[in-house]
Design a protein around this ligand. Structure first.
Ligand SMILES: [Zn+2]
Length: 147
């Protein structure tokens, strides 16, 4: 398998390697959007969060939290952004979590990038319809999974 996140990353990525243990590791992103833009990566090749073992998930979360604290201290006027790369913009099939300083939060990014109001309270009926739609989609997915 030719995966850039698998193998002996301490050797492959000596210059970018930050830290790691037997379950997860951290490297500086080779295309950093901002200073201290890092990736937290499980050692084992998995594509989705649900594929992590409980120990791997815990180790990943602990390392992300530690890096959030460190990046907060290094960039006191910014808020660390956390983005799990496991959606349609996935560049690598190996699960990884981006942690980087950001001047905005999720609401700022979506509002700016997608041109939607920064805050707009939806009507209760619209919220109910969204929840019903998601419940139906989850039920359909459960049925398909059992088939
Ligand atoms: Zn991999």
């Amino acid at each position: 398998m030719d995966c850039p996140f698998c193998g002996n990353v301490e050797v492959k990525e000596t210059r970018r390697f930050v830290c790691g243990d037997d379950l997860v590791y951290c490297v500086v992103n080779f295309e950093p959007l901002k200073p201290h833009h890092v990736l937290v990566i499980p050692r084992r090749h998995v594509q989705r969060l649900s594929e992590l073992t409980p120990d791997e998930a815990h180790a990943l979360n602990v390392l992300v939290d530690r890096l959030v604290d460190i990046i907060s201290a290094l960039h006191p006027n910014e808020t660390p952004a956390i983005r799990v790369n496991h959606g349609r913009h996935k560049s690598q099939p190996h699960l990884h979590v981006h942690v980087l300083p950001s001047k905005g939060d999720l609401r700022d990014h979506i509002s700016t990038f997608e041109g939607v109001p920064w805050r707009m309270r939806a009507e209760d009926d619209a919220l109910t319809a969204m929840a019903e739609h998601l419940r139906a989609a989850l039920a359909d997915a459960d049925i398909r999974r059992e088939e």
